[in-house]
Design a protein around this ligand. Structure first.
Ligand code: HEM
Length: 220
């Protein structure tokens, strides 16, 4: 979903219809935001199927990647559509948060799971367990979700609010460690796994550094 979305944004931003499309999106932004917030509420219905964890972690990680790549596509690659879609970062962030919450909820609703008051939830085989990384990520996702509104922005002030929301990078790292430690015990040669998990992160960091340095790879 993430890769397809990025490819779509790139293709549509290069076509002559991009300005008209951006115009339509801006005109309908209230409705699109509303639909995204509705999706946040509807996502809780996934709790009715605790076995369907795959759907929710998939959506949470994909929405997280889209959110993180939008500023790079907009500022570094100067893609018009990415700049337009930036207005939906708040509802998208809330959607990622509700998906992460539902995913964790589905885990706890299953039988025979480890619970936070059990030692194995935190330490497994002498290492920090994947559930611990997930739990730490969940706390950040919840903080980000409940502060993604104007009331919190006013309460904390712009500077502190921005710092709080920069913890999305920590969330990304915790999520990658969650995935890595989930798969690690059964994987004989861990190098390909490390590469599969951290290659997207390295690629993202390169994009982010270019963005911080103000590099523009093409004319807008
Ligand atoms: C208390 C917190 C959490 C628990 C107990 C937990 C538990 C799990 C479990 C049991 C799986 C394996 C599911 C399967 O086999 O399909 C899993 C996978 C996954 N979780 Fe979590 N999770 C938590 C929080 C999070 C959070 C906050 C995120 C971030 C968005 C996240 C992202 C993922 C991803 C991306 C996978 C897929 C790994 C893969 O197979 O590639 N989880 N989690």
């Amino acid at each position: 979903m993430f890769i397809i979305t990025i490819i779509l944004i790139v293709i549509l931003s290069l076509l002559p219809v991009r300005d008209a499309l951006a115009g339509y999106i801006m005109k309908g932004r209230k409705y699109i935001s509303g639909a995204l917030y509705l999706a946040c509420i509807l996502s809780f219905f996934f709790l009715l199927n605790p076995q369907g964890m795959r759907d929710t972690w998939n959506m949470a990680i994909n929405v997280l990647w889209i959110l993180l790549w939008l500023p790079i596509l907009s500022k570094v690659f100067q893609l018009k559509l990415a700049s337009t879609l930036m207005v939906f970062r708040r509802p998208l962030g809330v959607l990622m948060g509700t998906m992460a919450l539902v995913h964790s909820g589905q885990y706890f609703m299953n039988e025979y799971v480890l619970l936070p008051w059990q030692q194995a939830f935190w330490i497994w085989d002498g290492q920090i367990a994947f559930t611990a990384w997930g739990f730490l990520g969940l706390i950040i996702a919840i903080i980000l979700t409940i502060t993604s509104n104007n009331i919190s922005l006013k309460f904390f002030g712009g500077k502190l609010w921005k710092w709080i929301h920069r913890s999305v990078y920590v969330l990304l790292i915790f999520t990658l460690l969650h995935v890595l430690f989930l798969k690690l015990p059964g994987v004989q040669d861990s190098l390909p796994l490390m590469i599969a998990v951290f290659f997207p992160f390295v690629l993202y960091m390169i994009g982010k550094i270019l963005e911080w340095k103000g590099v523009k790879l093409r004319k807008g």
